[in-house]
Design a protein around this ligand. Structure first.
Ligand code: GDP
Length: 194
């Protein structure tokens, strides 16, 4: 995969780059390892740091891979110390993006393998699948925190819980597990005919 470069941050849909070409977006609960995944997959260390800057966490961050090919770091959800009205506003911008973005061709959802599917993850997935048929990969992050056999068992449990609509991938930025697989998935989504 080509190295990504930062394109722009947007707080509201009118600031999004033109909705042409193809995008793959990343979303996940706060602390699920989303920024780490964006960095590992896009191959540049400082990319997702942008989205970690305090006050910028609610922004949608766009990265360019090639002409008309983008990666999008969406706002995390479930921040413990953020007021409910602010969370609701972030959620609306996330939903506006997910519901309306034509160039979106695939979504990567990060979940801590130990934590599994939280209520917020379930809400998001249910809402999304009721709206549009979008390929979704679920990365079971921090897989290095479990033994290999425990991680595989956990994946099976979560597959049973989530059903067959989603592709689950064990992922660890520490061991490198799942990076190639995730990159291959993204490349496939970005190049397949719409
Ligand atoms: P975000 O809030 O979803 O963007 O999560 P971050 O990428 O900032 O990661 C949250 C915490 O989990 C940080 O302390 C990371 O160092 C840690 N973390 C992320 N990915 C991994 C991983 O693959 N293995 C381990 N052991 N820790 C990880």
């Amino acid at each position: 995969m080509p190295a990504a470069s930062f394109l722009k941050s947007a707080a509201v849909p009118r600031d999004f780059p033109p909705d042409t070409g193809r995008e793959v977006a990343f979303v996940g609960r706060s602390n699920s390892g989303k920024s780490t995944v964006v960095n590992a997959v896009a191959g540049a260390r400082k990319l997702a740091r942008v989205s970690k800057t305090p006050g910028r966490t609610q922004l949608v961050n766009f990265f360019s891979l090639a002409e008309g090919r983008r990666l999008v770091d969406l706002p995390g959800y479930g921040f413990a110390r953020v007021a409910p009205d602010v969370q609701a506003r972030w959620r609306r911008s996330l939903e506006a993006y997910l519901a309306e973005r034509d160039s979106l061709v695939g979504l990567v959802v990060t979940m801590d393998i130990r934590r599994g599917v939280t209520a917020l993850d379930e809400q998001l997935l249910r809402w999304l699948t009721s709206r549009r048929a979008l390929p979704v990969a679920i990365l079971l992050t921090k897989a290095d925190k479990l033994s290999r056999s425990a991680a595989i068992a956990r994946q099976r449990e979560l597959e049973a819980e989530l059903g067959s609509d989603f592709e689950l991938v064990r992922f660890s930025a520490v061991s490198g597990e799942g990076i190639d697989k995730t990159q291959a998935l993204i490349e496939r989504w970005l190049s397949a005919p719409k």
